[in-house]
Design a protein around this ligand. Structure first.
Ligand code: CTP
Length: 399
């Protein structure tokens, strides 16, 4: 990894002292670090500490910068990454609201480089709705948010909001730079992704479906977009916002999902089936509500099912040379063996096999998976779905 220029923002919480270790961890990886601090941060650690470690003045004052009348512009445009670690609730709130009343927050507003924040605060502050909404606002605007750690806190409380280990923050920075380096490597490629559950009607008000949240498919869409691909997301009903730039095709049933995919598969370079498609649908749904005690009541007590089309297998069979087809295998047991079976039976190039059940898989933010191809199995540790999306696309790029 080539050395980067990192602007390290330190805001005023007890974790400010750990900022010095973050600085060291970044330097150890060869990066150049310039520190900017809030006035409150100087109550916890002296700017001299950061100056001594970084060999350059740690800047605090907006109007008293020797030799630079507009430091917020110079700083915000002269770095490869602005990392604010620790970021207090106050600084996060100001960033979300666009308030620029000191050097650190003015620099954020003027910053043309990517920005990453590592929140650190008391558990009740971290869980406060305003703080969570502000973090969500920042995420939506493209700021990278490092999730706070959980555990024993300086104030004696226990819970989420702890500052992660400085090494973990430096690693998140490395991963970010690695991801940025891979940005654009799918430029010109069209990626078609199925996501979420399908819902299969029983009558006008009832349906059967499954617990799929769509998080994995949406994470894949975001990652493919970040790598420069043109992304079409064929999604069942989920409570997620499609990533900006993705073409969203909303569907309900498996048959609608299949039709949407068949229409677009010919143009796609990569097809990823991450949807949890209902394997069966009620044979004969009716378009009015079945009333209890009516002549139709029996149709609720005993629903007859017919098999849905297998979308992945259909695309696998239609695959042309050069197209890459990827599927998932959600299993409660014999994960690898069943995954290998699906690789062959669905004519996929890659199967992402993961264990579900017992709280794993559906609806969670993390996933543990194995990447199965004809040439072998690569087991991955438990990781956030966003990171797994990156691993999957790395694997796809090998084809
Ligand atoms: N899939 C699909 N269409 C279906 C069923 C599954 O496209 N009708 C896709 C899923 O999106 C996933 C893969 O096939 O990529 C495997 O799905 P999974 O539910 O694990 O397996 P099934 O094929 O349904 O087999 P089984 O239920 O027997 O495990």
């Amino acid at each position: 990894m080539t050395a980067k220029r990192i602007l390290l923002g330190i805001s005023g919480g007890i974790a400010a002292y750990k900022g010095a270790e973050v600085l060291r961890a970044l330097q150890k990886r060869g990066h150049e670090v310039q520190v900017v601090m809030t006035q409150n941060a100087t109550e916890f650690v002296s700017p001299l500490t950061f100056a001594a470690l970084s060999h350059r003045e740690a800047l605090v004052e907006e109007f008293d910068c020797p030799g630079d009348p507009i430091p917020h512009i110079t700083l915000g445009q002269g770095c490869d990454l602005f990392l604010i670690a620790p970021a207090t609730a106050n600084v996060i709130g100001k960033m979300a609201a666009g308030i620029a009343d000191d050097l650190l927050t003015s620099t954020f507003i003027a910053c043309t480089a990517p920005v990453m924040v590592s929140p650190a605060m008391n558990v009740h502050m971290y869980e406060n709705a305003a703080v969570q909404e502000n973090l969500e606002t920042l995420r939506r605007r493209g700021v990278q948010v490092i999730d706070a750690a959980s555990g024993y806190q300086a104030c004696g409380d226990v819970g989420a909001g702890r500052f992660p280990e400085p090494e973990a923050i430096a690693e998140a920075v490395e991963e970010f730079f690695a991801r940025s380096a891979s940005a654009g490597c799918l430029a010109g490629k069209r990626v078609l992704i199925t996501a979420g559950p399908t819902v299969e009607p029983i009558d006008a008000v009832r349906f059967i479906s499954n617990y799929s949240s769509g998080k994995m498919g949406y994470a894949l869409a975001a990652e493919a977009l970040a790598r420069g691909a043109e992304v079409t997301l064929v999604s069942g009903p989920v409570a997620l916002e499609a990533p900006a730039g993705a073409q969203l095709v909303s569907v309900k049933t498996a048959r609608e999902m299949l039709a949407a995919c068949e229409e677009r598969f010919g143009d796609a370079n990569i097809f990823i089936a991450s949807a949890a498609v209902a394997d069966f649908r009620p044979e004969d749904p009716i378009d009015r509500k079945i009333k209890k005690g009516s002549a139709d009541e029996g149709r609720l007590k005993e629903i007859r099912f017919v098999e849905n089309p297998d979308i992945l297998a259909t695309m696998g069979a239609a695959k042309a040379p050069g197209q890459v087809v990827v599927g998932f295998a959600a299993e409660t047991d014999n994960v690898i063996e069943y995954g290998q079976g699906k690789l062959a039976s669905k004519q996929a190039d890659l199967i992402v096999a993961n264990q579900v059940g017992g709280g794993k898989g559906f609806g969670t933010d993390d996933n543990q998976a194995a990447l199965i191809t004809a040439s072998g199995v690569r087991s991955l540790p438990l990781m956030p779905k966003s990171q797994l999306a990156s691993e999957i696309l790395d694997e796809i790029e090998k084809f």
